[in-house]
Design a protein around this ligand. Structure first.
Ligand SMILES: [Zn+2]
Length: 117
């Protein structure tokens, strides 16, 4: 069941709340996710609320440029990305490592072979 969690970048400029389920976390081995160590939970835009920091976000895109990887321009931490699911629905990918209300590693990620996609 999704629960409301809060999270932020390291310096706190970017903060958010998201209704998410820690049972569906994935880690991906693509050239981007693997380097950043992202552990991602996917939610609909309605389940995501950016509470501060829209103006502090820088973006990075690559490959098909369908996903905006958004990171804090001050501390460099990526809290989330905005993009689309394969069927075209908008989604937000939360980096659960930036959640501030759970213990570290209180989730288990499934490994996804994004490198081969
Ligand atoms: Zn920051």
């Amino acid at each position: 069941m999704p629960r409301t969690h809060s999270g932020s970048c390291q310096c706190g400029a970017v903060a958010y709340e998201a209704d998410l389920d820690l049972d569906g976390v994935i880690e991906c081995n693509c050239s981007h996710c693997y380097r950043k160590g992202l552990a991602l939970a996917f939610v609909s835009p309605a389940a995501f609320r950016l509470t501060s920091g829209e103006g502090s976000l820088s973006r990075h895109t690559f490959n098909t440029h369908r996903i905006e990887h958004l990171f804090c321009e001050r501390c460099g931490v990526q809290s989330f990305a905005r993009g689309q699911t394969p069927d075209g629905s908008p989604m937000v990918a939360i980096n659960v490592r930036t959640l501030t209300d759970i213990e570290p590693w209180s989730w288990t990620a499934q490994r996804v072979d994004g490198r081969s996609f």
